[in-house]
Design a protein around this ligand. Sequence first.
Ligand SMILES: CC(C)(COP(=O)(O)OP(=O)(O)OC[C@H]1O[C@@H](n2cnc3c(N)ncnc32)[C@H](O)[C@@H]1OP(=O)(O)O)[C@@H](O)C(=O)NCCC(=O)NCCS
Length: 161
Amino acid sequence: MMSLRIRKALPEDIQAIVDIAVEAFWKEYGNIEEARKAFRGPVARRWKHMIEDKTAIVLVAEKDKQVIGFLVFRWWFGWNGWLEAIAVKKEYRGMGIGTLLMRALIERARRIGYTRICFAVRQNEEVIKFYRKFNAQRFGELPDEDVGKLILYFIHIGESI
Ligand SMILES: CC(C)(COP(=O)(O)OP(=O)(O)OC[C@H]1O[C@@H](n2cnc3c(N)ncnc32)[C@H](O)[C@@H]1OP(=O)(O)O)[C@@H](O)C(=O)NCCC(=O)NCCS
């Protein structure tokens, strides 16, 4: 796709990022109003701090100066990092943008020294197919009051130092 670029997020991207998050994840909140309140309020503040303090890898996919996808990845324990969220705007899904975001993350996380990218996914999701492309391996599950069961995965990205 022409003029697509993956870059580090800036604090001023936060509005576009949380709008994509609302569209992608609102069902987890039961209704869109609740999701908007959460993402535009506390989640936006937390992610903005993570961008400003550089305590996370926050990447955006930008097309014609418009943010159309993002991911948030941060330290979990040891050299295991946690992929908190990845989403692409609906009309741009299935075009390889999520793959480009993941590849950029893998490269950056590996450079820092991370050996695994870990994340949780809801059961029976199309999304699991996406992660299979990166050899994601299941390592457990977690009961969740809101979404039922979360399946835990990791992607191996490097050897420990
Ligand atoms: C998961 C997601 C980030 C993938 O990004 P994407 O740009 O659509 O992914 P790509 O185009 O690079 O890869 C598509 C692959 O993912 C899978 N996939 C998962 N959801 C898909 C969707 N809605 N549309 C198309 N493909 C999807 C397909 O298997 C596809 O494989 P293929 O290209 O070999 O057919 C994106 O679909 C999305 O935002 N989903 C909603 C939010 C979400 O559930 N995020 C993950 C939980 S944190």
